[in-house]
Ligand binder design. Structure first.
Ligand SMILES: [Zn+2]
Length: 145
């Protein structure tokens, strides 16, 4: 059994409810690739994935591989555990990241590997994949440097 990073939020709090529109994201994540859907008609990224493009109403998408880097758009530091299972991981940081090379694509994830008191909007980050279960890999972010 591998030892989990003590910063990571507890596995038992993670559940996945993928559907046919979001499944390609999780399938790519399982092989440690970050992908987002882009409209084949107008080239707008459509994230979160949706059946119809909000720009041109087309339905077809290409799943585009992205570099896995980005910039913190905003963040919050949780200092009080909202559940007993979180008491060992506070304080923890949740970030909203503007993903590089995909205008409009923002991911919400945990930031690890950095003192919560030093996190800044505009900071460069990169995705790090966490195989939390045999059937589920989730993104987290770490400082890019
Ligand atoms: Zn479109």
């Amino acid at each position: 059994m591998t030892t989990r990073n003590p910063e990571f939020l507890p596995v038992e709090l993670t559940s996945l409810h993928a559907d046919s529109w979001t499944w390609p994201f999780w399938e790519a994540a399982a092989s440690h690739h970050l992908k987002a859907p882009r409209c084949t008609s107008c080239q707008e990224f459509r994230f979160p994935p949706a059946p119809v493009c909000w720009n041109c109403r087309a339905s077809e998408v290409d799943w585009v591989e992205l570099p896995g880097t980005g910039v913190i758009f905003t963040f919050t530091v949780t200092r009080k555990p909202l559940l007993p299972a979180l008491s060992d991981v506070v304080p923890y940081v949740t970030v909203v990241v503007d993903v590089d090379e995909a205008p409009g694509v923002r991911l919400v994830a945990q930031l690890v590997g950095q003192d919560p008191e030093t996190v800044q909007i505009g900071q460069s980050v990169r995705v790090e994949w966490d195989d939390i279960r045999e059937d589920l890999t989730i993104p987290r972010f770490t400082p890019a440097d």
